[in-house]
Write a protein that binds this ligand. Structure first.
Ligand SMILES: [Zn+2]
Ligand SMILES: [Zn+2]
Length: 271
């Protein structure tokens, strides 16, 4: 029996279904914008950075600004015409790369040291508990240091969503970047996130969505915390060298994995 036509049919149905479910609404050479939820879009760049756009009845919020995106402001205007808050989860270049297109940004002050010093716009500082009212949508700031000192996540408690930047990684969290934070700082941020998830947050949309294409649940954060605690206690699974070197990281990063969670760290900076 020749199975080829059947296989092709299944493939075509799957292909059509996958295309329909991603709901792409805009695409250019730099990025693709897809509808994620009602009034929420994910913007994925070709070099796998991620932005999220949330629209309320009065204002919109752009979370992060990606890397190479020509005229990002004009691209965003294709989706929403509402006045926009540009909030940066942390000041790494792959999350704050296009701030030059915006007159003002919101950032946690502890990440000022990492911010592009050529930025001419106004920097507003945010703190834990600050709330942005977009009109029928409220987005709350929660400080989650470790990946960087000023890493924040943005919570839409009504929708049960958290936009996490790199605070808990995208499968792999980098905790060996200058300025170094002790591993215990990450444990505390994981505990804080687990508590928020006990109180109603169910979806964590990470800062590099193209790698995972899903929202993480609480189990992921719990694995991250368990792994960080095991590193502190010396009971972690065997670590291996991480081959990717970054200029702001340690010379000899190590990586260790538990379930879906991987921590990249510097053995010299656990405590
Ligand atoms: Zn980062
Ligand atoms: Zn990143």
């Amino acid at each position: 029996m020749n199975l080829k036509p059947n296989f092709l049919t299944v493939f075509l149905i799957l292909f059509t279904w996958i295309n329909a479910s991603s709901q792409s609404v805009f695409k250019n050479d730099d990025l693709e914008i897809s509808k994620l939820e009602d009034k929420v879009w994910v913007i994925e760049t070709t070099d796998k950075t991620t932005m999220y756009l949330i629209e309320g009845t009065k204002k919109a919020m752009l979370i992060d600004t990606g890397t190479k995106c020509e005229k990002l402001d004009e691209v965003i205007r294709k989706i929403t015409q509402k006045p926009i808050y540009v909030v940066i989860t942390h000041a790494h270049g792959d999350h704050a790369g296009n701030i030059r297109y915006f007159d003002e940004i919101y950032l946690h002050p502890a990440d000022t040291v990492l911010l592009d010093k050529t930025y001419k716009g106004k920097v507003h500082f945010v703190k834990d508990g600050d709330v942005f009212d977009l009109g029928e949508k409220k987005i709350e700031v929660s400080h989650m240091p470790a990946h960087t000192p000023g890493s924040i996540v943005l919570l839409d408690k009504q929708a049960g969503s958290c936009y996490s930047g790199d605070a808990f990684g995208s499968g792999q969290v980098w905790l060996q970047l200058r300025p170094y934070a002790p591993m215990q700082t990450y444990v505390e941020s994981c505990k804080k996130m687990e508590k928020l998830m006990d109180e109603g947050i169910t979806k964590i949309y990470c800062g590099h969505y193209p790698y995972v294409k899903k929202a993480y649940d609480k189990a992921y954060i719990t694995e991250m915390r368990s792994l960080a605690e095991a590193l502190i206690n010396g009971t972690a699974p065997e670590a291996k060298p991480h081959t990717q070197k970054v200029s702001i990281g340690s010379a000899n990063p190590m990586m260790v994995t538990l379930g879906e969670a991987t921590i990249v760290y510097d053995p010299e900076h656990i405590k």
